[in-house]
Design a protein around this ligand. Structure first.
Ligand SMILES: Nc1nc2c(ncn2[C@@H]2O[C@H](COP(=O)(O)OP(=O)(O)OP(=O)(O)O)[C@@H](O)[C@H]2O)c(=O)[nH]1
Length: 600
């Protein structure tokens, strides 16, 4: 394939601005998919993505497009739009020469439009602004284009105006891809160099490695090497995404496709690695990617001990296709054997948890999530803390550090004050405000990650009536006055309820938490004290009074069937309970920490 006829591009956008719809429309208009397939959102094939309407895992597809008697090979690399999946965006961009920057004609430039555009500018991609949804009743295209110029510093004079939904003007998108985005360079005669930009585990074929060719040619039977992992393997099959896996004879410079090898474990194929020939290797690998870093952790426990092995199997299966999710066995006095799971962010956590519950039909107890902390001990050691239970005794701590994020909000001008107040209340450090036009502004704060991951997004949406957006990146760790807060139920500490809080908010959080727990834990036949403590000191207390529970008391006379129904209902309610000493604690109580933060 002549590289001059190849174009490699991504579509980048804020969530919901229509990226998947445009991708599908490009596939439809080029004849890659049928009308029927178009209506079922072909690129988002995971069930959860369909249900929640978000793209989680990057996909890629090759489109043949005829123009002026030539057939061009257009490689679209799909990217997810949500903050949690930044690293997926960056890895996709490195495989492209250009990007379509898609912007909703009414909503205009939003927080992730900015973040994604900057990522593309950083790697020197040619950016084509595309205003989408021009079929809507109310649009403000001119203002949106002004925002593109003011905020992103891009030339918007030749921006395209399309409707991905109806297909209006989508032909101009093909023209722009061919005329504006540069073809890849590279030589078939140089030693093989191909970038691994994704990989996934397929039940039938094993590990499918996604590659973007740079130099050289790859064919079936070649003996290749993954340079960073230093793994050699024979090529069993190569092919392209059309959009299913379709084998081909060879892949040359600039092309995008897949390689099947004898490698069985996904963990041995690192995204960002370089593929070369084992007997004629390239001198140096391509610049790689940073590994994704888990920033949010929580415990997951089977409801009863027999579920441990099957939970392990399920977690393993999930991690086969999601290398950004991690899990390790842990034990809790209260919950028994379970796993500590790490996620990129809260959305990522929710998605994994839902997949477990839905696809595997598992009953789980999940503890409240926490971010990753660092502790410098008196002996000079730096500990990474993923679990509040691992915090050492305060006498051994020299410095307690928390992750800090640079958060950028884009909000209606009248909400700037509220956002500043919200950030200030959460220990934010003000950076700057920039007006994007008469009605909207960008406000930047540095905020502790723990103060934003749980509910900042919801709060932002509610104070701006849905018009505000935010994006964040972790910029490092700083020392803070943090303490571990324990919860005692009937005098005994429940380890899975411990949290790390800032000392200045400890009293308030402690009170909110015990109050919440009081509503979550049912009355028992004895009185139950619920206390919050720091070190040995009790900072808050609530009491659940004793109650003799007799659900059948309501059933007068001998209505047996009704009585049985009630008993069954009670049994059902017990399903998600964990016995702790004499007290039954329901699943929801373990998430109280999270809820109490939100009540705050
Ligand atoms: N009216 C109108 N609606 C559109 C258009 N393009 C997309 N939409 C709608 O906007 C919503 C979001 O579109 P998606 O294509 O799922 O958005 P996305 O950017 O891929 O979203 P993520 O994958 O979650 O990042 C869907 O309900 C689409 O039907 C358009 O041109 N006009």
């Amino acid at each position: 394939m002549d590289p001059k006829l190849i174009r490699n591009f991504s579509i980048i956008a804020h969530i919901d601005h229509g990226k998947s719809t445009l991708a599908d429309q490009l596939l439809l208009q080029s004849g890659t998919i049928t009308e029927r397939e178009f209506h079922s959102q072909i690129l988002d094939d995971l069930e959860i993505e369909k249900e929640r309407g978000i793209t989680v895992k990057a996909r890629s597809v090759t489109i043949d497009y005829k123009k002026d008697g030539q057939t061009y090979e257009l490689n679209l690399i799909d990217t997810p739009g949500h903050v949690d999946f930044h690293y997926e965006v960056n890895r996709s961009l490195a495989a492209c020469e250009g990007a379509l920057l898609l912007i909703d004609a009414f909503q205009g430039v939003q927080a992730q439009t900015v973040a994604n555009a900057y990522a593309a500018i950083e790697v020197d991609l040619e950016i084509v602004p595309v205003v989408n949804k021009i079929d809507l009743q109310v649009i403000r295209v001119e203002e949106v284009l002004e925002e593109v110029e003011n905020i992103l510093g891009l030339d918007a004079s030749e921006a395209l105006r399309v409707s991905a939904k109806t297909g209006l003007n989508v032909d101009t998108v093909f023209d722009a891809i061919i005329s504006k985005i540069p073809p890849p360079s590279g030589s078939p005669d140089k030693p093989l160099k191909a970038l691994v930009f994704d990989s996934k585990f397929d039940k039938y074929r094993g590990v499918v490695t996604y590659v973007r060719m740079v130099d050289g040619v790859i064919r079936k039977g070649d003996n290749i090497r993954f340079m960073r992992e230093n793994v050699n393997s024979e090529v069993i099959e190569i092919g392209q995404f059309r959009p299913g896996l379709v084998p081909c004879k060879e892949l040359g410079p600039g092309q995008v496709g897949y390689v099947l090898t004898g490698v069985k474990e996904l963990s041995r194929i690192t995204v960002g690695d370089t593929v070369t020939m084992a007997n004629n290797p390239a001198e140096a690998p391509l610049p790689g990617y940073q590994k994704p870093k888990q920033m949010v952790f929580c415990g997951m426990y089977p409801l009863d001990a027999t579920g441990f092995e099957s939970l392990r199997d399920e977690l393993q299966k999930l991690s086969l296709n999601d290398s950004s999710f991690s899990f390790q066995p842990e034990t809790s006095d209260a919950l028994g054997f379970g796993f500590r799971c790490g996620f990129l962010g809260m959305l990522h956590m929710e998605i994994v948890q839902q997949r477990l519950e839905r696809e595997q039909d598992m009953d789980l107890i999940q503890t409240a999530p926490n971010v990753t902390y660092e502790i410098l001990t008196k002996s000079g050691k730096t500990m990474v803390i993923d679990n509040p239970q691992d915090v050492p005794d305060p006498s051994q701590i020299d410095e307690f550090r928390e992750p800090i994020a640079k958060v950028s909000f884009i909000v209606p001008a009248e909400n700037v004050g509220t956002i500043m107040q919200l950030s200030q209340d959460r220990r934010g450090i003000y950076k700057n405000t920039e007006f994007l036009g008469p009605t909207r502004a960008q406000v930047v704060y540095e905020l502790p990650l723990s103060e934003i991951v749980y509910d900042m997004y919801d709060k932002l949406k509610s104070v701006t009536r849905g018009y505000g957006t935010m994006d964040y990146e972790i910029i490092g760790y700083t020392a803070a006055d943090l303490v571990k807060m324990d919860i005692l139920v009937k005098g005994e500490q429940v380890d899975a309820l411990s949290t790390i809080v800032h000392r200045s908010t400890a009293d308030r959080r402690g009170r909110a938490l015990v109050k919440r727990l009081k509503t979550e834990i049912n009355k028992h036949q004895f009185e139950i004290a619920i206390q919050a403590a720091i070190g040995g000191k009790i900072i808050a207390r609530e009491t659940i009074s004793a109650f003799r529970k007799n659900v059948t008391a309501k059933c007068y006379g001998g209505d047996i069937s009704r009585k049985r129904k009630l008993l069954e209902k009670q049994k059902e309610g017990k399903k998600r309970m964990k016995q702790f000493g004499a007290v039954e604690i329901p699943q929801k109580a373990f998430l109280s920490v999270l809820e109490a933060n939100r009540d705050d």
